[in-house]
Structure formats: C-alpha cells, structure tokens
Design a protein around this ligand. Sequence first.
Ligand SMILES: C[S@@+](CC[C@H](N)C(=O)[O-])C[C@H]1O[C@@H](n2cnc3c(N)ncnc32)[C@H](O)[C@@H]1O
Length: 245
Amino acid sequence: MMGRDDSVPPETGGTAETERAFYGRRKGKRLRPGQEQRLEGALPHLRVALPERGEFLDPPSLFPVPVDEVWLEIGFGGGEHLAAQAEAHPRTGIIGCEPFVNGVVKLLRAVDERALRSVRVWDEDATALLAALPDASLARVYLLYPDPWPKRRQRKRRFVSDASLTEIARVLRPGGHFRFASDIDDYVGWTLVRAARCPHLRWTAEHADDWRRPFPGWPGTRYEAKALAAGRLPSYLTFERVGAD
Ligand SMILES: C[S@@+](CC[C@H](N)C(=O)[O-])C[C@H]1O[C@@H](n2cnc3c(N)ncnc32)[C@H](O)[C@@H]1O
C-alpha cells in the first residue's frame, strides 16, 4: 500500500507546504447570536475527532446512520454543494472540511433545516484530516473552486500540490474519483500538470465536453455562480484512482 511518508514531493522538499495548506481567513462578518449558538450547540456533535498521531479514522463509523461509501469535500465554503449532495445521497457519508467559521455556520444551518444525518465536519486545514484517513477509504473527493492565489509568488499556497494529490490518491479507493473545478485557467493547468505526474491518478476526459460540462447531478456552488456572473468559464476535471497499491 502507499505509505503516508512517501508523499514528500520534489517541489516542496518536505517544507511547511506539505504540512499546512490553509492560508485563508478563519472569520468574516461577526456572527449573530443565533449563529454563535448554532456553532456551540451543533458543531461539537458533527466535528470529526482526529485520532492520535499514527492512528487512523474509520470513516463509515463517523456517521450515526449506515453509509455505503464516504466522500470528502475540501473547502466547502458555504456548504451549498455539500448539503445538496447529502440530500441527494442519504446513504453516502460526506465529510466536509472548511476552516472559515462563517461558512461552517451556514452548513450547520442546512444540516439542521434539512435534517441531514450523513454529514460530518472538519473545521481545520484539510491536510490534517487527509493524513488521518486510511488508504483506499473514500469513494470520492471534491475540491471545488479552491483559492486561486493568482500571483506568482503566492502559488505555492495553492491546495493542489504533488503532496496533496498523492494524499488524495492514497485515500481514494481504486476506481474512486477526485473531482476538481476551477474558473482560473492557470490553476486548471497547474492541477493537470501535477495530476499527470501522480502515478495513481488518471484524468478521465476524452472530449472537450468532458471538462466543459459540470459533473452529473451538479448543484453548483456559490463561488461558481460569482465566476459565471463575471464571465469566467469553469473547467470540471475528473481523475480516477488507478493502480492497486
Ligand atoms: C474560493 S472558496 C470556494 C468555496 C466553495 N468550494 C465554493 O465553490 O463556493 C475556497 C475555500 O477553500 C477553503 N480552504 C482553503 N484552504 C483550505 C484548506 N487547507 N483546508 C480546507 N479548506 C480550505 C477556504 O476557507 C474557502 O472557503
């Protein structure tokens, strides 16, 4: 099996980039009292508790209902996509990662109002959660409109790196999918280059429509709506986990 320690990529030399990938804001507008209450009341029940270093989570057991498979969404923003997927797939457990507290509160509201039982939240850097997931434990990973960090000197902050793709491939089961969307062409190219040198990911596209068309059953995201309104065209990339080890 792929071990966790062989994920140190040549591009980072095992520096902080491999250990930390959150550079955004943790807080936006001040939370209203009702939102504070929701955070304090609901988050402790939904938050994933990470195991001791060297131990791994058992993803299906995180959910109070039986689940057939588990998906991960990294950087869910306001949780619109995650909540829609959870509603459409009640037998799929979905773990959402988002350190931005105002986004977490929005998801908690949707979970409550729509009585979603198969959602769990990690409100910190997704890198730590990935490291705690066993090999081949997820059927799908979403990374939708990750922060683009367009300036050349900031690009090393991008979530996609050789190390993060190696981790995503490690936690995906063979045949599982990594779905990536972005409206920033440079980030799309950046991701394709790194995925091409990840031996366990295969880009599934055969025709241009395969990356121009949204994923099947696509509910959209808030960030995507903004990108479309500004005239930017998204790309939708699907990578399959290949290889048995
Ligand atoms: C541009 S927003 C897109 C949000 C949402 N996916 C959408 O499409 O509307 C990117 C999100 O990724 C989150 N993010 C950035 N780095 C992250 C990390 N290392 N782990 C988890 N989330 C992260 C940010 O807090 C932010 O909410």
